[in-house]
Design a protein around this ligand. Structure first.
Ligand code: EPU
Length: 417
C-alpha cells in the first residue's frame, strides 16, 4: 500500500488547477444508465471512485471508455445485469446511485446494502422509502435490496432528513416515471443541480433543482448528451486551507467560488485573506490565525466534507475553536491522529474543542477516510519534521494527483510505493 511522506514547514506558493467534482461525476455516470444513447462527460476527475464506477457500469452492460483530458464516453445501449454486487458497494457506497436509474429504465434492480463506514451508519432507508412511494416493491434479503416495478409512478415524497445521494437517486428515477414526482426537503447541493442540468439536457422535465422543493415530470425516454462536470468544491476548499495553514500564497483556478461561500467566509473569519474572481480564488495566509467555530450543515452551510480540514487549520489558530459535526455521527476519527502530532483536541459528543496554537510534529499516522486523510496532509504541511501517512488509497479515491499538485506549489511531499 502506498504511503505519503511529507516534510512540513514550507509556505505554498503558486497556482493549482481544480479537477471536476467527484460527487457530481459519480451520479452523472450512473445517470448514463437512463438512456440507450451515448453520454459524454467532460472534466471527469481521474480518481479511484471513478474507476470503481467504471467497473460497476461495465458489469451492468454499459460500455465505458476513458479518453485523455478527462473525458469519459458511456453507452448503456442494453442493460445486461441488474446487480451492484457487494464487492463493489463495499469499496464505494456511492454504488447505490445505480438503484434509481436501473429501476426506472428496466423495472428491476438488486443492490448490496452498503452498511456502515468510517464516518457513520449511513443507512439508505430514505432512498428505499421514496422508491416504494413511487410504486416499487422493495425487499431486503441476504444483505441486498431488491426492487421491482412495472413502471414507476410519480409521487409526493418528503425526505425526513436531507440526503444528497437520496435526492439524486429519486430525481433520476423520477425522470422516467409515469406522471409528476415532487421531492420535498430535497438536498440543494451544487452537485444535485449539476445532475439536474445534465438530465434536462437529456430531455428530463425538472424544476426547482437547488431549492428544497423539486418537481420532475416523467418522460417516456431520455436521449444522450455531452455534459461538463462542475469543479470540485471540496478539493478547492482543501487547497484554500493548505494556503492558509502554510501562510503561503495560492491561486486556485478552474474553481467556482460561488459554491464555497461558507468555507471562504470561515477562512476569512480565521484571518486568511481571500480574493475571489470568476472561476478563481487567491488566498494569502496571514501570520496570526484566529480561532473560529465551525458547524457543519447541508448546503449552503459549511460542508461536512470540509470539517476534518478545518480541524487541522484550527490547531494553528490562536484560541479555542468549537467544531460541531451535525451531518454524520462519527466523523472525528482524524482527531486522534492530529493529537498524535501534538494537537490539543477534546471530543465531546458531536463537538470537537480545539485549542491552539499548538506546535505539530511529524509522526506516522493512519487515515480512516478520504477527508480525514486530507486533514492529515494539511497538518503534515506545517508539522516539524517528517510525517508518514499510511493508507493513501483513501486519498486516491477522491483527490486527483494530490502530491503532484502540492509539489507544483513547493510542498516537500513524496509517494512511497
Ligand atoms: N441518511 C439517512 N438515511 C438515508 C440517507 C441518509 O439517515 O437514506 C443520513 C446519513 O446517515 C447522514 C445524513 O442523512 O447522517 C446525510 O447523508 P447523505 O445521504 O446526504 O450523504 P450521502 O449522500 O451518502 C454525500 C457525499 C458525501 C458527503 C455527504 C454529505 C456523494 C457520493 N457523497 O453522501 O461525500 O459527505 O453527501 O454532504 O455525493 C466525501 O466526498 O468524502 C463524502 C463522504
Amino acid at each position: 500500500m502506498d504511503k505519503l511522506r511529507i516534510k512540513g514547514g514550507k509556505p505554498l506558493e503558486g497556482r493549482i488547477r481544480i479537477s471536476g467534482a467527484k460527487n457530481s461525476a459519480l451520479p452523472a455516470m450512473a445517470a448514463s444508465l437512463l438512456t440507450a444513447e451515448q453520454v459524454t462527460l467532460e472534466n471527469i476527475p481521474f480518481v479511484n471512485d471513478i474507476y470503481t464506477t467504471r467497473r460497476l457500469l461495465r458489469e451492468l452492460g454499459a460500455s465505458v471508455e476513458f479518453e485523455d483530458d478527462h473525458v469519459v464516453r458511456l453507452h448503456a445501449q442494453k442493460i445486461l445485469s441488474h446487480e451492484a454486487p457487494y464487492d463493489l458497494v463495499k469499496t464505494m457506497r456511492a454504488s447505490v446511485l445505480v438503484l434509481g436509474p436501473l429501476l426506472a429504465r428496466t423495472g428491476r434492480a438488486r443492490v448490496s446494502l452498503p452498511g456502515g463506514c468510517a464516518i457513520g451508519a449511513r443507512p439508505i432507508n430514505l432512498h428505499i422509502k421514496g422508491l416504494e412511494k413511487m410504486g416499487a416493491t422493495v425487499r431486503t434479503e441476504h444483505g441486498y435490496v431488491e426492487a421491482t416495478v412495472d413502471r414507476l409512478a410519480g409521487a409526493e415524497i418528503v425526505f425526513d432528513k436531507i440526503t444528497v445521494t437520496g435526492t439524486e437517486n429519486l430525481m433520476m428515477a423520477a425522470t422516467l416515471a409515469e406522471g409528476e414526482t415532487v421531492l420535498q426537503n430535497a438536498a440543494c447541493e451544487p452537485e444535485v443541480v449539476d445532475i439536474a442540468e445534465m438530465l434536462k439536457d437529456m430531455g428530463a422535465k425538472i424544476q426547482g433543482a437547488g431549492t428544497p422543493t423539486m418537481s420532475i415530470r416523467g418522460v417516456a425516454e431520455l436521449k444522450g448528451t455531452t455534459h461538463r462536470i462542475i469543479p470540485d468544491r471540496i478539493e478547492a476548499g482543501t487547497f484554500l486551507v493548505a494556503g492558509a495553514i502554510t501562510k503561503g500564497e495560492l491561486e486556485i483556478i478552474d474553481s467556482n467560488p460561488g459554491h464555497l461561500t461558507s468555507v471562504v467566509e470561515k477562512l476569512r473569519e480565521a484571518g486568511a485573506n481571500i480574493e475571489t474572481g470568476v472561476g478563481r480564488m487567491k488566498i494569502r495566509g496571514e501570520a496570526n490565525l484566529k480561532a473560529a467555530d465551525v458547524v457543519t450543515k447541508e448546503y449552503p452551510g459549511f460542508a461536512t466534507d470540509m470539517q476534518a480540514q478545518s480541524m487541522a487549520l484550527m490547531t494553528q489558530a490562536e484560541g479555542t475553536s468549537v467544531i460541531t459535526e451535525d451531518i454524520f455521527e462519527n466523523r472525528f476519527m482524524h482527531a486522534s491522529e492530529l493529537m498524535r502530532m501534538g494537537a490539543n483536541i477534546r471530543i465531546d459528543g458531536s463537538r470537537a474543542i480545539v485549542t491552539g496554537k499548538t506546535r505539530l510534529s511529524g509522526a506516522t499516522v493512519i487515515a480512516s477516510d478520504l477527508r480525514a486523510s486530507a486533514s492529515l496532509v494539511l497538518a503534515a504541511l506545517v508539522a516539524e519534521g517528517s510525517t508518514l501517512i499510511d493508507r493513501v488509497y483513501h486519498l486516491d479515491r477522491g483527490y486527483e494527483k494530490i502530491e503532484e499538485k502540492l509539489q507544483s506549489v513547493g510542498a516537500d511531499i513524496e509517494r512511497i510505493k
